[in-house]
Ligand binder design. Sequence first.
Ligand SMILES: *[C@@H]1O[C@H](CO)[C@@H](O)[C@H](O)[C@H]1NC(C)=O
Ligand SMILES: *[C@@H]1O[C@H](CO)[C@@H](O)[C@H](O)[C@H]1NC(C)=O
Ligand SMILES: *[C@@H]1O[C@H](CO)[C@@H](O)[C@H](O)[C@H]1NC(C)=O
Length: 349
Amino acid sequence: MRFSSMKTYIFFFMICILLLCLHNGWQRGIKYSTYNHQYTSKNVTILLWHWPFSKSYSLKGDICWDLYQVPHCKLVDKHSFFPSADVVVFHNRELIQGSQTLPLDLPRPRGQRWAWMSLESPAHNGNLKQFTNIFNMTITYRRDADITVPYGELLPKEDEGPVMEESPVNKSSLVCWVVSNYMSHHKRSQVYKELSAIVPVKVYGQWTKTPLSSADLLPTISHCYFYLAFENSEAKDYITEKLWYNAYQGGAVPVVLGPPRSDYEAVAPNHSFIHVDEFTSVKQMGIYLHQLAQDKKRYSEYFTWKQQWRVKLYRNWRERLCKICSQYNSLPQHKVYSNLKAWASAENV
Ligand SMILES: *[C@@H]1O[C@H](CO)[C@@H](O)[C@H](O)[C@H]1NC(C)=O
Ligand SMILES: *[C@@H]1O[C@H](CO)[C@@H](O)[C@H](O)[C@H]1NC(C)=O
Ligand SMILES: *[C@@H]1O[C@H](CO)[C@@H](O)[C@H](O)[C@H]1NC(C)=O
């Protein structure tokens, strides 16, 4: 009698354990489906063929889950994983420079996708003509890439109690610009020249032999009313950390030059930046900036977005690679970039 009640006990105990496991698994599945709308427990294996700029990072443990809560994602960088990899990722820079090559001699496993990855603007991607009918997917900052990896994005602010007044106080410079690679043929250099003839522009960086350490960058920018977030290339969706980090985090209103205003509006709050195209001339813009800085109320309106949004920066290759897994199930079954060069150099419409 005692023995059988013990058995019953153990039996119920086992049932409880089983239910607990099911419950946890289910919760994990729910978490996953918010990314994916599809539950699967199969691991996706992402093989990074070579590290961007030859700088490698640890892939120990379940890195995507541990760092970014992306489940079922196996990130590897050993070529021996090639036969079992679901996605093989190639960073463009090293291919173009010739320090790395595509394993065209290896038989490509059925269903394996090859991904082309680059964060550069078209002008700096080199000649992509050689890459016809090779890649199945693209990983770039562009919104129409298979995996979009922007330099930054906005996330709704969770309720963090009273909103910190990100007040534009103690400004000592009207317009600031940080530039290391000054080229007089860049459109941005022309705009700078015209603007600095009308209003004072404080310039930092290699060009003026006044480089800022990374620790000094944001504090310096915080003393500026406006920051020239001028991209070195004007290309579709090419919006870099000059906006997301330098200007937004530095607390200066960004004056942007890059893709058309509509590209910015698609990813950034309407009244958070000033686009050079809004003005009929650089002179008009200079006058506007000058007047805006003197009108406390109107100037501070450029910061109200911070009550609702916070900036998330993307600066880590592992995070970008983990993103492949969270979107893996929505990738098209079959896709080939028959003309990558044309795709990558798409002009703005
Ligand atoms: C304002 O900034 C300057 C440096 O640009 C600093 O010397 C001064 O103490 C600051 N004033 C206040 C009130 O924070
Ligand atoms: C953006 O703001 C401007 C005025 O600042 C307004 O005219 C325009 O309609 C707004 N655009 C969108 C998409 O909200
Ligand atoms: C990937 O591209 C290769 C080469 O063009 C092609 O043979 C293969 O079917 C493609 N695979 C997928 C999953 O699209």
